[in-house]
Design a protein around this ligand. Structure first.
Ligand code: DX5
Ligand code: ZN
Length: 232
């Protein structure tokens, strides 16, 4: 285990919020979290269409919290810069859609963004290995991208553990985010695998008290981490 682990972060996915009342929905969870996860889908990379730059622009005006855009889109080279220009701090893209994802990582970082790359459940870590020294975050998907409310794919989270080993061996500094099916029943597996950032859509916005839901996830994560440290 690394000497200093990245802090635990709960990242509510607004995909499970009521889009007609988005600013109010976001306000119900912000007291408990350091960031929002914004799922952008284009109907090409995934069979669903969600939201795009105008919504991020409105969110930016409504909150100062960190906006982390998960771009499930076929053309991040064209569109990712727009999300940074509109004020998102972080963009994550799926690198297999681009011919030269390393140059896109560099371009986005030169624009001042935090940059992540995502791997689908059936993609090996090796697919993104050359990018790992250059990114701020690795997103390990624990559902097939496209929809909220799916079941956690436990086998996929082993890639977080592989990434921790790689990060230690190479003295790299990227965060490890898990996304998909995270709940009070599954978050412990992701913590044990070494993830530090936990996206949760339905497990937070599906609850009446979103602050309590987010705080419960954070408390479980911190407890599992503490138990792990005590055992080493
Ligand atoms: C799925 C999205 C996820 C989704 C998570 O493609 O990337 O961020 O919103 O939703 P839950 O937490 O409900 O699985
Ligand atoms: Zn997502």
């Amino acid at each position: 285990m690394a000497e200093t682990l990245p802090s635990v972060r709960i990242a509510p996915s607004i995909l499970s919020a009521d889009f007609a009342r988005l600013a109010d929905e976001v306000a119900t969870v912000l007291p408990a979290v350091p960031m929002l996860h914004v799922d952008v889908m284009d109907g090409h990379y995934v069979p669903n269409i969600t939201i795009g730059p105008p919504v991020v622009k409105s969110l930016r005006a409504a909150t100062d919290t960190l906006l982390d855009c998960h771009l499930m889109i076929a053309d991040p080279r064209t569109y990712a810069p727009q999300f940074l220009e509109l004020g998102a701090e972080s963009v994550t893209f799926h690198p297999e859609v681009d011919d030269d994802p390393l140059s896109l990582v560099h371009e986005l970082r030169e624009r001042g963004g935090l940059v992540g790359v995502a791997i689908k459940p059936d993609h090996p870590l090796a697919m993104v290995e050359e990018l790992l020294p250059h990114i701020d975050m690795l997103l390990v998907m624990t559902v097939e991208p496209g929809f909220g409310g799916q079941s956690f794919i436990a086998e996929a989270v082993t890639k977080a553990a592989e990434a921790v080993v790689w990060r230690d061996q190479h003295a790299a500094g990227f965060r490890i985010q898990v996304d998909g099916g995270i709940s009070r029943d599954t978050i412990a597996q992701a913590v044990r695998a070494g993830a530090d950032t936990f996206v949760a859509g339905s497990a937070i916005f599906g609850q009446t008290d979103r602050v309590a839901a987010a705080r419960e996830l954070e408390a479980i994560a911190l407890q599992v981490r503490a138990d792990g440290e005590a055992a080493t």
